[in-house]
Each structure stands twice: as C-alpha cells, then as structure tokens.
Design a protein around this ligand. Structure first.
Ligand code: PMP
Ligand code: GLU
Length: 398
C-alpha cells in the first residue's frame, strides 16, 4: 500500500535545513562541526522584543488571533512600509503568516494555476521551486552566474516570458548569492514587466536590512506596476527572530483576501504571542537592526578576505544577506586524501563536512551546480576557524 501522495513524493527535501540537521547530528556524535549551512542570524532576539512577548502572555494573548493577523501588527507593518519604503498600504492588504516562508507559499498557492509558468532567476532560494511544484505550476529558470554578479538582465527576463507566465519571483538582497539590485537595475526590469500587464511580481525582501550598499529599493515603489507587486518580508532576519515564525505579504487587496481565505483553512492566524513580539520589533527602536547589520558586514569582509586566498574558489563580493557563493569548478575532478573523487559541488560540500568538519550547502540545491554556499551568520572566531579548515581541506585535494 502506498500512502504518500504524488504531491509530496515530487517535492525535494529542503537542503538548507537538511545540511543543518546533518551537522547537528555530527555534533551530537562529538564531532566539532562548524555550521555554515543554514541561513539564520546567531544573535539572540533583542530584549525589548522578548519583553513584549512576556507582556503578551501576562495580558492573556492566548486566544485565536484574526486570520490575517492582529490589526495593530498589520498597522505597524503599514507604518514600516511607509517609513522605510515610501509605500502606502492599508492593513487589509497585509496578511501575517508563519514566517516569510508561509507568506510566499500562500501567495503562490493563491495565484498560480496548474500549468502556469513562474519565472525565477537562479541561483534562487531552495523553496521557491518546490512551492511552485505544490501549486502545480511550471518553473522557468533564468540561470545567471558569478560573471554577471548573479543578476538577470532585462533582455533575459523578456526572453523568459511567454503567454503562460503568471508570476516573476525576485529576491534582493539575494539568498544564496548576496547580490543586491540597484534602483536602476530594478527600473530596467520594471520596464520589461510594464509590457506584460497580466504578470504578478513577487518581491522577496526578507534580507532588506542586511544590506551593505547603503540603499534599498522595494519593488513596490515602482508606481507603474505597484498594483501587481506582492512584497514578502518578515522579522526573521532583521530582528534575529527565526524561531518566532512571523512574516507577511503586502499585496493588492484581491490577493490579500485570497491569501487570508487560504490561510484560514489550513493554519489560521499566526502565533498570538509571536505577533505581539513582531509588533514591538516594528514599533520599537531600530538600533538593533543597524548593529546586527554592522556585525554581518564585518563578517562578510572577513570571509571574503579569507575565501579569496583559497585557490580554487572564485568569489564575488556579496552586497547583502549573509551568504558567500563561491564558484568551485576548478576543484572538480580532484581526489581527496581518503580516495574519494570530487566530481560535483555536492561531493565537495560532503567532503568539506565529513573531512573538513564545516557544513556548507551544495549550489545545486539553489539551481546552481558548480557553486557552494557559506552562511557567515556565525561568530568571527567560528568563521576564522571554518575558513582555515576549508583552506586546508581544499589544499589536500590532488
Ligand atoms: N525567503 C528567503 C530568501 C529566505 O532565505 C528565507 C529563509 N528562511 C525565507 C524567505 C523564509 O523566512 P522565514 O524564516 O521568515 O520563513
Ligand atoms: N532561509 C534560510 C536558508 O536558506 C533558512 C533555512 C530555510 O528556511 O531554508 O538557509
């Protein structure tokens, strides 16, 4: 008897979470693995946010919350979008979910019909393609590489669009490459999108605040397409709140309503306590955000310096997020001291884990074989040791 649906059988396991799990297992066996696999800030949630959660418990925020989230939180999100991005949303266009992950999946499930095409520039975060699969949509990738700083050009975007294109999904600052589109680069893509009025644009802006360029442009700020842009964001990365599971979509009213209807049937409103904490994150002092970003920038400089000294790794200088995405094809075809052949970037990631004791993620998980991803959201000391281990492991390949 086969109990598992075709839908789930066709899904890939999240490689970011799987590598992190594997590294935790090795640690439990007493092996000192440094985990550069999962992308999550290593900082604790700031105290004033934790205090708001304590207060919410004391105030008996223990009942079901409204499906799209508390009005006060949705208002705080609207104020954030106005203050930081110059956007004017009303709370009925905001739906709060269990992390940006659910917000994204909701939007895809609420708008993509079977057979619809979703255009995704790659390398792209592991879950996009799988979410499109869940909606029975068809992913159309636009592969990019290190030589174009992993950015898609207007010409290539235009070429990927067909009569069946329903959605374009963009992520800036990018996971896994750290690339950040400038306002001019986005404007050039918007000029293409303007010509295709039936396409929804989903802008994953979860790394907005981990940005070293000094400026951030939300795709929602382009008036000509604003009525079909859906913004995805949340508190996980900016406020070191990955476990609290609060994200949101800011969408045209019809899409927000559809998302709320969907969410009402399968998860209801997000955690009441976590929502009150998120509200404090948006309404309180933003100093913690700048402090964490400064720490990520220092770590970015450190890993870039160390990685650029390792023969065989070709790197770009990431302008945001907390990932480095080296190209490693020069190392493929080599043999490790234990006799294993390194044929693919996946073999390399496994070798670095098992022999170098550093967990990374194979670029293939992001649609980019020939690369590997390091998350540098860990302490400077850990990063120094990890980069030394990687240098040693790579030098041992013959
Ligand atoms: N989008 C991207 C690009 C991400 O890297 C992540 C990482 N978790 C998410 C969305 C989901 O974030 P959350 O933890 O809020 O679900
Ligand atoms: N987004 C992070 C990452 O890419 C967290 C894990 C996940 O949700 O995929 O590592």
């Amino acid at each position: 008897m086969e109990f598992i649906s075709q839908r789930v059988k066709s899904l890939a396991v999240s490689q970011t979470l799987a590598m992190s799990q594997k590294s935790a297992e090795l640690r439990q066996q007493g092996i000192d693995v440094i985990n550069l696999s999962v992308g999550e800030p290593d900082f604790y949630t700031p105290d004033h946010i934790k205090a708001a959660a304590d207060q919410a418990i004391a105030d008996n925020y223990s009942f079901y919350s409204p499906v799209p989230g508390y009005l006060s939180l949705r208002q705080a999100v609207c104020d954030k979008l106005a203050r930081e991005n110059g956007l004017s949303f009303t709370p009925d266009c905001i739906v709060v979910s269990n992390g940006a992950k659910q917000a994204l999946c909701n939007v895809i499930l609420a708008t993509v019909n079977p057979g619809d095409e979703v255009v995704i520039p790659t390398p792209a975060w592991v879950s996009y393609v799988e979410m499109v699969k869940l909606a029975e949509g068809i992913t159309v990738t636009i592969p990019t590489g290190i030589d174009s700083d992993f950015k898609v050009t207007p010409e290539r975007l235009e070429a990927a669009i067909t009569a069946r294109t329903r959605m374009i999904l963009l992520c800036s600052p990018s996971n896994p490459t750290g690339s950040v589109y400038s306002r001019d680069e986005l404007a050039a893509l918007v000029a293409v999108i303007e010509r295709h009025p039936d396409i929804i644009v989903v802008a994953d802006e979860i790394y907005e605040h981990i940005n070293y360029t000094g400026s951030f442009t939300s795709l929602g700020s382009f008036k000509s397409i604003a009525d079909r842009v859906v913004i995805i964001n949340g508190v996980s990365k900016a406020y070191a709140m990955t476990g609290w599971r609060i994200g949101y979509c800011a969408a045209p009213l019809a899409i927000a309503k559809a998302v709320s209807k969907l969410q009402g049937q399968y998860t209801s409103g997000a955690s009441s306590i976590a929502q009150k904490a998120a509200e404090a994150a948006y309404t309180g002092s933003q100093e913690c955000v700048a402090e964490m970003c400064a720490a990520f920038r220092r770590r970015r400089d450190l890993v870039v310096e160390k990685a650029s000294q390792i023969p065989g790794l070709r790197i770009n200088v990431p302008q945001g997020a907390f990932y480095l995405f080296p190209e490693v094809s020069a190392l493929l075809g080599k043999t490790a001291p234990d006799g294993r052949k390194i044929e693919t970037s996946g073999d390399l990631a496994m070798y670095l884990l098992e022999c170098g004791h550093v967990a990374t993620v194979d670029g293939a998980a992001f649609g980019a074989p020939g690369y590997i991803r390091f998350s540098y959201a860990t302490s400077d000391d850990n990063l120094r040791i990890a980069m030394e281990r990687i240098a040693k492991a790579v030098a041992a390949l013959k």
